[in-house]
Ligand binder design. Structure first.
Ligand SMILES: Cc1cc2nc3c(=O)[nH]c(=O)nc-3n(C[C@H](O)[C@H](O)[C@H](O)COP(=O)(O)O)c2cc1C
Length: 399
């Protein structure tokens, strides 16, 4: 694939990783891209690199436009290795005059590559470097999603190169938002937000305010993963505003696992109760659904019901896995219900309730526990618990 000119003199020179599924653990993302940008001006600049195995592709794409040796500056917006893995080889190949990064970026590069001799040039928010007809403005975005993260903004092109923010893990041959199905694009962006950015939502709010106060004129957002927002950058900014405020709708996720289908029967009855209250329901067995898809559904759901059988005095492992993951992502403002079948000691539903309380979920009732296989009356209790959760969802959204 050729380098793609995204603005006059600015080229996408990144790489497409079609079949990767392991991002911070195995998941169900559909590949990704590592986006890097070559800016051809008096001082030719490369913004970001790619994951190590793709450096050859990056340098080949750069060579389509300029001699790599003519690159003067290398900007490292983010040190995570899917963007910086290529830095050592690129530095050797191009011998840049400056490796431009934040102070946290410098420290992180040293910890990753142990090379104190690189020509580090530390920038912080508000710093500007002229590269000829264009300027590079830097905005640190600490903890979005690493301490070293920063944006590079080019006012002459109204272009924001946004590092990991606004990205999607989605491998496509197209480079721009208007070349793909818009709804599918937003689903990938939501999945990325739910799984990678959600826990930093308060910082996203602050960043959006900061960008607003700086009055940045932006007509293109180029993230380091996925499609470039060319036709409607406001769409992703508005989505980040909504997601970071954790605005939920009349939707509930009922997620569970089961050994002998008793907890599954309970889950179905809870879902029926929610549906009786006209709540949109996603019923997700952890045998069929990956945790990354479950948290994506939880992103805009007001209610979350979690079920597990008791196994060896504890949770079923997949439920423990989900709850550990979910807790780290800090979902906020949810209503919760814990349920599960048990044989003799019955700890699981109570442990789920403890997790949900820890996450500050408002529990609509005590943990719902059924001894072995639920009978008619117990399934009615599950249905009623679902209805109760549904009614509470409606009440909270109308107030
Ligand atoms: C290997 C194994 C370990 C179990 N450990 C416990 C336990 O420690 N405490 C308990 O109350 N029930 C325990 N049970 C019983 C299950 O919780 C019970 O069979 C329950 O109805 C299973 O629900 P399910 O059909 O949703 O899998 C255990 C069952 C199995 C198969």
């Amino acid at each position: 694939m050729k380098a793609v000119e995204i603005k006059p003199g600015v080229y996408w020179v990144g790489a497409i990783d079609w079949n990767i599924r392991d991002f911070h653990g195995y998941s169900t993302y559909m590949g990704t891209t590592y986006n890097a940008f070559l800016i051809v001006d008096r001082d030719i600049t490369l913004v970001d690199t790619v994951k190590k195995p793709f450096v050859g592709e990056l340098l080949e794409r750069v060579s389509q436009i300029v001699n790599p040796k003519d690159i003067r500056y290398l900007v490292v917006n983010h040190v995570e290795m899917d963007h910086s893995g290529g830095v050592p080889e690129v530095v050797s190949a191009i011998e840049p005059e400056k490796v431009i990064c934040s102070e946290m970026g410098r420290k992180a590069l040293l910890r990753h590559y142990h090379n104190p001799d690189w020509p580090y040039h530390v920038v912080s928010t508000g710093d500007v470097i002229s590269i000829g007809s264009k300027e590079l403005h830097f905005l640190e975005t600490r903890m979005l999603h690493w301490p070293d993260s920063m944006f590079t903004y080019i006012p002459q092109d109204r272009l924001l190169i946004s590092s990991d923010a606004f990205g999607q893990h989605w491998a496509t041959s197209q480079r721009f938002d208007d070349e793909v199905d818009g709804e599918e694009l937003m689903r990938h962006a939501a999945k990325y937000y739910a799984n990678i950015i959600l826990l930093y939502s308060p910082l996203v709010q602050k960043l959006l305010e900061k960008v607003k106060s700086l009055n940045l004129d932006i007509d293109m957002i180029a993230p380091d993963h996925g499609l470039i927002w060319r036709s409607n950058p406001r769409r992703i900014i508005e989505a980040y505003d909504r997601w970071s405020r954790q605005i939920a709708r009349a939707k509930a996720v009922v997620v569970y696992d089961t050994m002998w289908k008793s907890t599954e029967k309970m889950a179905h009855a809870v879902a029926e109760g929610l549906m009786a209250e006209e709540i949109e329901v996603k019923l997700m067995s952890l045998k069929a659904c990956h945790r990354s898809d479950v948290v994506t559904e939880i992103l805009d759901a007001k209610g979350v019901a979690v079920g597990s059988p008791t196994l060896n005095n504890g949770l079923f492992p997949t439920v423990a896995d989900l709850l550990t993951y979910l807790k780290g992502l800090k979902p906020a403002g949810k209503l919760g219900l814990a349920f599960g079948s048990y044989g003799w000691s019955g700890e699981a539903a109570r442990i789920i309730a403890d997790y949900l309380r820890d996450m500050k979920f408002e529990l609509v009732q005590d943990p719902l526990r059924v001894n072995y296989v639920p009978g008619k009356d117990e399934l009615k209790d599950c249905f009623e618990a679902g209805k109760k959760l549904g009614a509470k969802i409606k009440e909270s959204l109308s107030s």
